[in-house]
Design a protein around this ligand. Structure first.
Ligand code: HEM
Ligand code: HEM
Length: 240
């Protein structure tokens, strides 16, 4: 059985931040292209097309990696509505990361424009030549790009809320450089102790007393372990 981890794996984290950078570059290069009539247009298009195709490949790798390494469970402090919102926005982000490049590729195919990646390396068309399809996809590309931007802003707001106000470990689960403040964020049917705290009985004996918090969710108890370096929270599920 594949179990979720206390934080995103290093590979998932690298993919997340790399793709976040690429998508922001795509949004800004796209707007720059649409607003530009100078020589810069060609330069922006030559960046926009291969980066867009790179996003298409990376999102497939990312989805497969997600199946193999499920994301951490959400903190017990999140309400059912917040969990639903988080899942729905992640699903929307994944969908847009897949569909937007396909729409871009499709619209250039319908306009009989080559999708040049680099030099003479080109992708084959995925749609027949049709100006009606091109017009439809060109508009769709714009609307989906704006939807992606709006979803990104909501996602950024939620990440900052978790990181700066709630400090519940959600932001640090995606920021693997924040090792010193590793908070176990999930309720799970397993005992998970942060990497910086050894699980051996000997080490646990030398830790300061545990503060046992009341369970916020019927599924689990949360134990907070304070040590001199940082705060860790471990989660234990109730026996089945
Ligand atoms: C995640 C991927 C992508 C994002 C976020 C994105 C974003 C954008 C944005 C914001 C625009 C400007 C829309 C407007 O103001 O009307 C645009 C235009 C465009 N995009 Fe993309 N795009 C992506 C992928 C692609 C791909 C893969 C291709 C082609 C293979 C492509 C080709 C184009 C073209 C040809 C334009 C129109 C430029 C013009 O007005 O002449 N895009 N894109
Ligand atoms: C265009 C840019 C971005 C995209 C497309 C994006 C996309 C995503 C997706 C799809 C997930 C879900 C992870 C998964 O289940 O595989 C995620 C998680 C996360 N992202 Fe982003 N992200 C972007 C930018 C950012 C930024 C700028 C921040 C922080 C300031 C951020 C912070 C996080 C955090 C903390 C999580 C974990 C949330 C959780 O598991 O509930 N992301 N992101």
């Amino acid at each position: 059985m594949i179990r979720s981890q206390p934080r995103f794996s290093a590979f998932s984290t690298v993919l997340h931040w790399l793709m976040a950078l690429l998508i922001l570059a795509m949004l800004f290069s796209g707007i720059g292209m649409a607003a530009s009539v100078s020589e810069r247009y060609k330069w922006l298009v030559s960046i926009h097309r291969p980066l867009g195709i790179a996003i298409l490949i990376l999102v497939v790798i990312r989805y497969l990696n997600r199946l193999a390494n499920p994301p951490p469970l959400m903190p017990a402090t999140m309400t059912a509505l917040e969990r639903f919102g988080a899942k729905a926005s992640h699903l929307l982000l994944y969908t847009l990361m897949l569909v937007l490049p396909l729409v871009g590729w499709g619209m250039l195919s319908a306009a009989s424009y080559p999708v040049v990646l680099y030099g003479s390396l080109q992708l084959p068309p995925i749609l027949p030549h049709s100006l009606a399809i091109y017009a439809l996809l060109r508009n769709l590309h714009t609307y989906l790009a704006y939807l992606l931007f709006a979803t990104f802003l909501a996602h950024l707001g939620a990440a900052l809320l978790h990181g700066l106000i709630r400090q519940d470990g959600v932001l640090s689960s995606m920021a693997s450089w924040q090792r010193t403040r590793s908070t176990q964020r999930c309720i799970d049917s397993q005992l998970t102790v942060p990497a910086s705290v050894s699980s051996s009985a000997e080490t646990l004996e030398h830790l300061p007393p545990l503060l046992v918090l009341p369970a916020t969710d019927a599924q689990a108890l949360e134990l907070t372990v304070e040590d001199t370096a940082s705060t860790h929270v471990a989660a234990i599920g109730t026996p089945e």
